[in-house]
Design a protein around this ligand. Structure first.
Ligand code: SF4
Length: 151
């Protein structure tokens, strides 16, 4: 496991504690998601309206930046060194925002996969498949948006 991925994920014990809370939660579904899969749903918790994310909890509970939408478990802190990497990734994604997909160079694709591998623990080196590249960029953007506020 690479060091950035390791630094943004929690220990097995913390993940299990989080999962145990989910297993006992009224919003945990038979599909293993928090509320309605993918789209989530609005519920009331302690008199307040809360939007459940619809995420697969076996995945979401791994990440330090993740937290329970209903406040049943909290996010964990990411270290300063990793914050610099997160900033680099955001800067890179901003560059991509202004480029049509036909203008993304192979060097940028390689850089994108390097960031994607660091943040998702995947091992892809490169790809010529445009939908695959766009999907990986989308996943990296989702990761960056989710981590917002914690780094
Ligand atoms: S994240 Fe929170 S609200 Fe969602 S299933 Fe787990 S404990 Fe319940």
């Amino acid at each position: 496991m690479n060091s950035l991925f390791k630094s943004i994920t929690v220990s097995k014990e913390i993940r299990q504690e989080r999962l145990n809370v989910c297993f006992g939660c009224e919003f945990f579904t038979a599909l293993g998601t928090c509320g309605m899969p993918v789209i989530g749903e609005d519920v009331e918790v302690g008199g307040k309206k809360v939007h459940l994310c619809g995420c697969v909890m076996a995945v979401k509970t791994k990440f330090k930046y993740a937290s329970c939408d209903a406040g049943k478990w909290k996010k964990a802190q990411i270290q300063l060194g990793d914050v610099n990497t997160v900033r680099k990734i955001r800067k890179f994604l901003k560059k991509l925002d202004y480029l049509p997909s036909s203008k993304i160079s192979s060097a940028m694709v390689m850089e994108m996969y390097s960031f994607h591998n660091q943040t998702h623990g995947s091992k892809t080196k490169n790809s010529n498949c445009t939908p695959c590249i766009l999907q990986a960029i989308h996943e990296l953007k989702t990761w960056s948006n989710q981590i917002e506020g914690n780094a």
